[in-house]
Unconditional design. Structure first.
Ligand code: HEC
Ligand code: HEC
Ligand code: HEC
Length: 113
């Protein structure tokens, strides 16, 4: 009896964890970000998820929805270029300096017209 109950409890936990994991929404693989007068910024989202692992490195400042950065700018809760400067550029510069794999730093490498 006892063994059966323990077995059922363990199976329930495994089932719960696998549902919770499969239901996590990772969002689009690639996202086009609004880049103002400098032009749109194609952003390889999945590549960053795979490389960085931690969602909050970026999402501590904005939500997991398309358009959330622009919405926060409209509401004056984010400054223009704040994400670009404090996240994208900062990390690409830091990783480059450390001699690690890094992303673009020049305007035209991110912004497309
Ligand atoms: C390097 C930065 C970065 C990391 C790391 C990151 N994201 Fe995102 N994510 C973004 C950006 C930028 C957007 C688009 C926001 C916008 O449109 O304003 C976004 C949008 C999203 C969306 C909405 C996109 C859609 O297609 O509906 C979801 C969901 C999401 N992220 C989930 C995650 C999860 C889960 C992780 C961690 C596994 C993660 N993100 C890691 C930058 C990141
Ligand atoms: C690593 C990619 C990247 C690089 C390099 C980059 N940008 Fe951006 N830029 C972005 C992203 C993402 C946004 C949108 C988020 C934000 O405003 O923080 C943006 C936004 C902007 C905006 C619009 C701000 C607004 O709210 O209207 C301007 C203007 C801009 N960038 C100019 C530049 C210039 C000039 C350079 C070169 C000196 C540059 N960017 C380099 C990614 C980049
Ligand atoms: C915490 C670090 C970090 C942040 C934040 C970050 N990146 Fe990156 N990015 C990387 C790394 C590392 C690579 C190189 C990955 C590789 O080559 O495996 C990269 C590569 C890229 C590339 C090149 C992709 C390719 O195909 O070569 C682009 C474009 C890019 N990032 C745009 C952005 C934009 C736009 C943002 C902000 C919304 C951003 N990144 C935020 C670390 C970061």
């Amino acid at each position: 009896m006892r063994v059966k109950i323990i077995f059922i409890v363990i199976m329930s936990i495994i089932l719960f964890l696998s549902i919770a994991y499969s239901e996590q929404n990772f969002g689009a693989e690639n996202i086009i970000l609004e880049g103002g007068e400098s032009g749109e910024v194609p952003f390889p989202h999945k590549m960053h998820q795979d490389t960085l692992k931690d969602c909050n490195i970026c999402h501590e400042l904005f939500g997991q929805e398309i358009g959330s950065i622009e919405q926060l700018k409209v509401e004056d809760r984010l400054k223009a270029k704040q994400i670009m400067n404090t996240q994208c550029l900062k990390c690409h510069r830091d990783t480059k300096k450390a001699g690690e794999a890094s992303g673009p730093i020049s305007c035209a490498a991110c912004h497309t017209k």
